[in-house]
Design a protein around this ligand. Structure first.
Ligand code: ZN
Length: 435
């Protein structure tokens, strides 16, 4: 028998990209709406009264003035860095050596990996984040741990074994052969199993030899519907290091290009200091640039020019980059994107911020027909937001006369207290505020 339910409340989705259409035309808002859910999928949506009369015997959950939106999506994270988030005082290379690598060495221990993966995914849900694309460590156990934990929670996630065969401690090195073999085995075990999918994941050019990048490029050719995630042009010191390690490449991007690691299903974290030529080559293949503003400020990497990239036609994602990013909350990330954009001379509208964290991120992951919006046939990952979750937010939101002005204080100042309930594939999960 089918599992049917109706969720009622204010509903907010998108009809178009608010970077391309006017904010009003892009917004799909209903002040008294609802969603009809059958077996984890959105089967109908519209006005409260219409849904109640069309499906009279279906149980309903009435959120009244709470705002229902698609679950938030994180397009770049490192779950093994959960326990070192907010570690003080280092720039990128020093950060990796001081904090990241010693912590990642622990993930050969399956029990430790399980505990961290479970805690990480529960933390995401507390923050209304229902999907993520995460790097793991070089240990296949770390990949099994997060996929099993996601499967238990019914979440749609993407993850992959982080491959490194140089410039890291001996305990964190694989080889070109083992990176290829392990990744291939993990793809067979997890890719497209239920809601899970695999991303081939070389950490970044400095920690892979040419041979390893070549092996992973070949693997991507064998499995072209896998995503490929890596880092690109995050800090100036990193870029000069790449120049020393790959003296025959004309720039950072060419290192990936020459090993067939540039493509439409490629996710390139950061991409702050790219030349015009590099930008042109990424745009030509529709590669995804992933903006991680909390991380860029925390590690002092620089200002990503989001508006210029969007205007130039890039598909751009928005992400926490935890633990380099200092929060698991996509509200904090949206707020940081707003602030970074202000420094670049452009005020992002709340509809643009929220679109990026939902539809835009689903698009970056090639999942725009599956998650990130309210449309018939899409998976029912839904959050119920309290737009008055603290006194300060409440007094500001109450002075607003449209949904975007009402939501903006939560974007800028909200935390997990604003997440009333989370639904994953049509099932309610326990969170911070749920009863
Ligand atoms: Zn990262």
């Amino acid at each position: 028998m089918s599992d049917k339910k109706i969720l009622l409340g204010q509903t907010l989705g998108f009809k178009a990209d608010p970077f391309e259409e006017s904010f009003d035309n892009a917004t799909d808002y209903n002040s008294d709406g609802g969603l009809y859910i059958v077996d984890g999928l959105i089967a109908d949506l519209g006005d409260r009264s219409d849904l109640l009369s069309r499906y009279p015997d279906v149980p309903n959950f009435d959120y009244k003035d709470y705002l229902l939106t698609a679950g938030l999506i994180d397009t770049h994270a490192h779950y093994p860095q959960t326990r070192i988030i907010a570690s003080w005082g280092a720039r990128l290379i020093e950060w990796l050596n001081t904090y990241t690598f010693p912590e990642e060495e622990k993930f050969g221990d399956r029990e430790y990996a399980n505990q961290t993966a479970g805690f990480y995914l529960d933390t995401l849900l507390q923050n209304g984040v229902t999907s993520t694309s995460s790097f793991c460590t070089i240990h296949p156990e770390s990949v099994d741990a997060i996929f099993e934990s996601a499967e238990q929670r019914g979440m749609r996630i993407i993850a992959g074994k982080t491959c490194m065969d140089r410039n890291a401690p001996p305990g964190l090195l694989d080889t070109p052969r083992s990176a290829y073999d392990d990744s291939r085995e993990l793809i067979a075990r997890w890719h497209e199993k239920g809601r899970l999918s695999y991303a081939i994941s070389p950490r970044f050019a400095p920690t892979s030899t040419a041979e390893q990048l070549e092996a992973l490029g070949s693997l991507w050719k064998e499995y072209p519907n896998c995503l490929m995630q890596t880092h690109l042009s995050e800090q100036l010191e990193e870029i000069s290091w790449v120049g020393e390690l790959f003296p025959d490449s004309k720039d950072y991007l060419e290192v990936y290009e020459q090993f067939s690691l540039l493509g439409e299903r490629g996710l390139y974290g950061h991409g702050i200091h790219l030349s015009d030529s590099e930008l042109d080559r990424i745009r030509e293949v529709d590669g995804r640039l992933i903006h991680c503003p909390t991380s860029n400020m925390f590690i002092g990497s620089g200002l990503f020019r989001l508006c210029e990239r969007k205007t130039a036609g890039f598909n751009t994602g928005l992400a926490t980059d935890t633990g380099g990013g200092s929060s698991f909350s996509m509200f904090r990330v949206m707020a940081a994107a707003y602030e970074v954009s202000q420094l670049c001379g452009y005020s992002l509208h709340p509809s643009q911020l929220y679109w990026l964290a939902t539809v835009g991120n689903a698009k970056s992951l090639h999942l725009e027909n599956t998650i990130g919006n309210f449309q018939i046939g899409m998976e029912a990952d839904i959050i119920a937001l309290d737009l008055y979750s603290t006194e300060v937010i409440s007094q500001r939101a109450k002075c607003s006369d449209n949904i975007w002005d009402t939501l903006f204080p939560t974007i800028m100042m909200g935390n997990e207290k604003a997440i009333k309930d989370v639904w994953v594939y049509g099932e309610k999960v326990k969170t911070y505020n749920s009863s």
